[in-house]
Design a protein around this ligand. Structure first.
Ligand code: HGY
Ligand code: MN
Ligand code: MN
Ligand code: MN
Length: 423
């Protein structure tokens, strides 16, 4: 017998905040430059493994049945009255970039666990099971492909491909899953949930600029990652005449300047581009670099404009190779996902929950990639964004959302999950 579900559910804001701050201490570091406390919990490092163990402990304390799959994805399951019904899934990731804050991904995982605790406290049993997921290597910054665990769970990438990916020290993801003990037995292909709702910080300025705390996310823009390697020739920086140089460093600079010009040209819609990784070898003052490696991260809500940008960049690389004798360039695609629209029905449930909590909200596209864009291939999916402070800065220890903003976002998550789980 289930109690009549209340119209809305509010969670324990203090308990949610404590869990966010406690998890942020796992993999914490003191950022000398800013004096802030940051988080560095790259996927399947010891810090990530410790964070995973802490989350599993919280899941078990909350009565969830925990399983780990062969990609290290973790799922905590709360049974409903109908165990045969497809579950409502929520969750996110707890792996972080190297200069992270306390909220990216963690809010969705800890928010899901907080919803379960609150339902238990209220004695509410839903018809459908509810599951909280923790996906492996969402950031992609260690093994080079983002949303990795959720992409394998949804079948876009294979387990073998993912297990074979290596980090910069040559360790494979498969080895790191085994080393950390998260090479779980559960089948990696996720049975299609009834729906998936992810709560996440916005990581941008839009909610704050619109004076609201909640975002109903309409989709995720396209993502293109590639690594470009420029092969030149090491030579003396003084004696070697320019005409005899094959300078990989200056060529890398020309590529970066070109990206700047492409973004500023306005010819590729709302293209965003950055070179987040750049190395030269042998990386010494008086040697013309023999090799340069750079990564190019492109984002665009318009797939056709993204394709044009990718094509124009590769045409530029070919021109550069012709123009600079002695240079050869090679590229490696690291990740690529098209624009993903979210489900309008689920968006309506989220908007209705926000309305019923009396919370102003707007609809917006996600600038960042999320596990939700992968799970959207399996079931109706949408996201709830929570407003960030300091222009919503993220992937930076300054990342910050207030306890109030986090709690309101998880209230909307709770009410949304409750309504979906009783459908
Ligand atoms: O890169 C992204 O958009 C996300 O943080 N993985
Ligand atoms: Mn994230
Ligand atoms: Mn991130
Ligand atoms: Mn509304």
């Amino acid at each position: 017998m289930t109690n009549p579900a209340p119209d809305t559910i509010t969670v324990d804001a203090d308990r949610l905040w404590r869990s966010l701050m406690d998890l942020a201490e796992i993999g914490a570091y003191d950022d000398e430059r800013t004096g802030l406390r940051g988080v560095n919990r790259l996927a399947l490092t010891d810090a990530d493994a410790a964070g995973r163990r802490q989350v599993i402990a919280w899941m078990e304390d909350a009565g969830l049945a925990v399983r780990v799959d062969r990609m290290g994805n973790i799922y905590g399951r709360r049974e409903g009255t109908d165990p045969t019904a497809a579950p409502v899934l929520t969750g996110s990731h707890i792996d972080s970039v190297a200069t992270a804050g306390a909220f990216d991904g963690c809010l969705g995982v800890l928010g899901g666990i907080e919803v379960v605790r609150t339902l238990d406290e209220r004695g509410i049993v839903t018809r459908r099971p509810i599951e909280v997921g923790v996906f492996t290597e969402e950031e992609g910054v260690r093994f080079g492909t983002d949303m990795l665990g959720s992409a394998v769970a949804a079948g876009r990438l294979t387990l073998g491909y993912a297990h074979g990916l290596t980090d910069r020290d040559g360790r494979t993801l498969g080895d790191e899953l085994a080393r950390t003990g998260f090479d779980g037995p559960a089948d990696v292909r996720l049975d299609p949930p009834y729906a998936y709702v992810e709560c996440h910080i916005e990581q941008g300025p839009v909610l704050a600029e619109n004076g609201v705390g909640i975002g109903v996310v309409t989709g995720v823009q396209g993502i293109s990652w590639q690594e470009i390697t420029v092969h030149g020739r090491a030579a003396h920086a003084g004696t070697t005449p320019t005409r005899l140089r094959a300078d990989a460093g200056l060529a890398a600079a020309e590529i970066i300047v070109r990206l700047r010009a492409m973004v500023d040209s306005g010819e590729y819609g709302e293209l965003r581009a950055t070179v987040g990784h750049l190395t030269v070898h042998p990386d010494l003052t008086n040697i013309v670099p023999a090799r340069a490696e750079l990564t190019v991260d492109l984002r665009n809500p318009d797939d056709a404009a993204m394709a044009r940008a990718e094509e124009d960049l590769s045409a530029f690389l070919r021109e550069l190779e012709d123009a600079r004798p002695g240079l050869t360039l090679s590229t490696r695609r690291m990740a690529g996902t098209a624009y993903v629209p979210f489900d309008e029905t689920v968006q309506k449930v989220i908007a209705g929950a926000a309305d019923d909590h009396g919370l102003a909200h707007i609809s917006l596209l996600s600038g960042a990639g999320h596990d939700a864009q992968e799970i959207a291939a399996l079931c109706p999916t949408a996201m709830i964004f929570v407003r960030g402070e300091h222009d919503g800065i993220s992937h930076n220890p300054r990342e910050y959302s207030t306890p109030e903003a986090c709690a309101r976002g998880v209230d909307v998550l709770a009410t949304t999950l409750l309504r979906l789980a009783d459908q």
